[in-house]
Design a protein around this ligand. Sequence first.
Ligand code: ADP
Ligand code: ADP
Ligand code: MG
Length: 246
Amino acid sequence: EEQNNIFRKQHNISVLGKHVPAPIESFSELSSEPYKLLPRLLQNLLNYGFAEPTPIQMQALPVLLANRPLMACAPTGSGKTLAFLTPIINGLRTHKTSGLRALVLAPTRELAQQIYRECVELTRETGLRTHFISKVSEARHHYGPECKQKYDILVSTPNRVRFLLQQQPPLLDLKRIEWFVLDEADRLMEEGQNNFKEQLDDIYGSCTHPQKRVAFFSATYTVPVAKWALRNLKNLVRVTIGVQNS
Ligand code: ADP
Ligand code: ADP
Ligand code: MG
């Protein structure tokens, strides 16, 4: 444990929570116990050619692969996308026709689309299928009752997801969501205009799977996100890279 703390300090990683899993030093560690990452996923990850994980990846990957809820704060450009997509993909493993099992929300369509693209790369040859809502008007065709359950992972903005949930009959079924991830959670939860809070509560309430995993990622540590996470998530781990500004 002391060695873990020395390593964390070297990489500016601070953690809060009980029994926080040890950080990883390299991606290749993920091939062995206790992670046993899906071989194809590991290969996709190694194909990026990154020399080592970024600090947020070092700590967030073990936490999420251990199925712990996470609030993660790390600067822009520090590789947060891979830190949440990798555990989602590893958890889902392979395509199922039962319907959506992972939901990733971002504050803008552009950000959602970037995540979608990265997810397509990382799911290559795993069989997993990802969808990005580009036209809500086509949702019926993509997920409606008359279509086969095509996708495993949905990446979108809160507006669009809520719109689809509110249709009669609803055009989205989130009952089987096992992974609920908010990217840029600080922006999604900030007060004021364009407030996503109500939409998020609606969407979160529709994700009724009893073993749902929840992760929040943002660039800054903010009180609304921390409050929500502490109130709603048992066994929460908080990871902050760099100086904690709150
Ligand atoms: P963030 O969401 O934290 O702003 P991104 O996930 O968008 O950051 O990643 C920023 C850039 O860093 C991307 O181009 C990504 O491919 C790259 N990247 C991700 N992980 C690593 C890594 N371990 N080493 C080097 N670059 C990485
Ligand atoms: P856009 O490219 O303008 O985002 P979409 O194809 O996503 O359009 O959506 C098509 C239509 O669905 C919109 O013009 C709007 O009428 C409706 N719509 C989308 N999101 C919402 C929402 N959150 N609330 C109400 N209507 C919505
Ligand atoms: Mg990001």
